[in-house]
Write a protein that binds this ligand. Sequence first.
Ligand code: SF4
Ligand code: SF4
Ligand code: SF4
Length: 524
Amino acid sequence: MKTETTLIDLALSQTGTAVEQFALQDATQKDASGRQEVFRALIPTQIPEDGEQYAFEVDVDRCSACKACVSACHHMNGLSPDESWRRVQQWFGENEHHSWVHTVTSACHHCVNPECMNGCPVGAYEKDAISGIVKHLDDQCIGCEYCIWKCPYEVPKYHEAHGVVRKCDMCSDRLANHEEPACVQACPHDAIRIQTINQDRLSHELAQRRFKDNAIYPGAPSSAITQPSTSYLSKRSLDKTHWTTYQAPVSEAKPHWPLIAMLTMTQWGLGMMLSHFIGFDNNSISTVSILNHGLGLLIFMIGLVSSSFHLGQPRKAWRFFLGLKKSWLSREILAFSLLAFVLLADLSHQFFPWIPSTFHAARAWVVLSLGLGAVLTSVMIYHDTHRSSWLFPRTASRFFGTVLMGIFTANMLLNFGAGEPSSGEILSLGIITCVLGGMKLKFCLSKAPDKIVKSRLNFVFGLGCMGMLITILGSFLKWPETLILMSLLLGIGIFFTLEIIERYQFFTMSRSPSAARVHPPVIP
Ligand code: SF4
Ligand code: SF4
Ligand code: SF4
């Protein structure tokens, strides 16, 4: 009996699944050497010349999202179950006539100007002088995760068990032996290939384009940041104006608790000590003054020590000086180490009177300049990641705001150490503290995910202001000093807690430049 051929039969006979096409392709090749010829066409036959480097080239029209590349990379590099150096995403495009969807594979772009390498404090990256491949040196890494923030594509992945980050090395060992990288070899559609590009030409082309329109694929960050070498090809337009862009679903980033503690406590503690050093404290030998200074130093040191819990390999951190030339993280470690040394040396003069007195006389200016310089390096670490919520004005106002909170709240305490508290000073310091705390709260509320969180934060802020109000009223109306001190300590404690919450949101609400504008969904 004659059977009719349906449209579905026709469609299937023309395309088939990726696996079917792969099987068909293999079957039609005369022998294994035929496939070898295909592989050879997927990698350059010669090593790059001066000013050239290897680069991925991805034919978007060929990618079918079969994820053979992801699987091959996983197998070849022995990755953990939750680790992936290659990913496959979807893009949605449209013009006035029709719309379309593309699936596309991406990995490290082996950039001409690799920001991951520039930010690493211990030189755990190198860009190969011949191949241009950006390699990560696992045995040098201290697991600070800064390169993840520095890479606009968030390519490096942190490996919890090993305490280091890892990433694609373009299967450099295989390439050196004229073998294709695992992902290139595994793709049934030959969608990925390795080509040789001229670095100067790439930089020149990027410089010609407008800053925001030079992304390598729709929704990617500006290529001006790192000059990624990967190129994407398609018969359709890859102009970002033809692609649907949509907001990333809000999912919280890691909070990094050791860094929250480090930033908040070093800045607040520094503020407390600066109130002693820069002359607000008129009675530097009072018990309260010494207690304030000691407490400030203790808070500062706890913050400093807590930062080491952030590192996957803290014992290797002594090599931080290797990145001083380019890395703000190296500079931050140096600045805070020097500051800690000066503060401890200053403390030691109580016990070692033979230390030259000129050192102690100059300490105020040394601590002031070193302290503010150290906080500035902290600001620059985050500004340098190109994340919109971490740019200089926002980060500087947050971090230096915490120093000011430390200064003003400490001065309110010091007023009690001066014997007769000055009501006028308490009033002005209390108002300044509440205004500063309110500005900090505004940072939190602008990013707070829901109304309940917002109302709770407002309530906490109100409690802090209440503590300050009781302190101010008590100092004017001559209430018992214990009551005033208790309400002041309550207010200070609440404002400090608000600082922690503000810093929690600083980390959890940050978005990489690639996620800030669009979010091509990763295919699970
Ligand atoms: S894509 Fe990211 S990890 Fe890869 S070289 Fe560029 S900056 Fe470094
Ligand atoms: S030391 Fe830090 S910046 Fe350097 S590779 Fe390791 S995690 Fe990245
Ligand atoms: S080149 Fe090698 S390491 Fe890089 S994504 Fe492909 S298989 Fe993975």
